[in-house]
Every structure is written in C-alpha cells, then in structure tokens.
Write a new protein. Structure first.
Length: 73
C-alpha cells in the first residue's frame, strides 16, 4: 500500500487535479459574475433607457459571446 502523503508521484497528481478543478471553478464564477452584470445592464437599458430592442439584442449577443469566450479557454 502506498503512503499517499510521502509518495511524490501521488502528490504531483493530486496537486495537478486540484489546480485543474480550482481553475475550472474560478472560470465558472467569473462567467456568472460577468453574466449577471450583463443582464443587469440590459435590464437597465430596457426599462430605464427605454430601448428594449437594443437591450434584447445586446443580451442575446453578449450571452453568446460570453459562452464562446469561456468555451474556448
């Protein structure tokens, strides 16, 4: 049975897996923050700025843009 704490091969694998999970989660959080900002901006344009068509197009385009950017990286 391998000693997990002292075996450097297992520590490297565990560290690499942890870093990949951390980066994936941070990308998800960044996407959520940017998307919430986009939605709030579009709502402000639609209701306060009185340009609902532009806000809808910006919201759809922005969402698709965010999805494309985060799918590539």
């Amino acid at each position: 049975m391998a000693d997990i704490i002292q075996d450097p091969r297992l520590i490297d694998q565990d560290l690499r897996a942890h870093q990949e999970t951390f980066h994936g989660f941070s990308k998800l959080v960044l996407f959520a923050i940017l998307h919430i900002g986009l939605v709030l901006g579009c709502l402000a344009l639609a209701f306060l700025g009185n340009v609902p068509l532009f806000a809808t197009l910006l919201g759809i385009g922005g969402t698709l843009g965010l999805l494309a950017i985060f799918a590539i990286t």
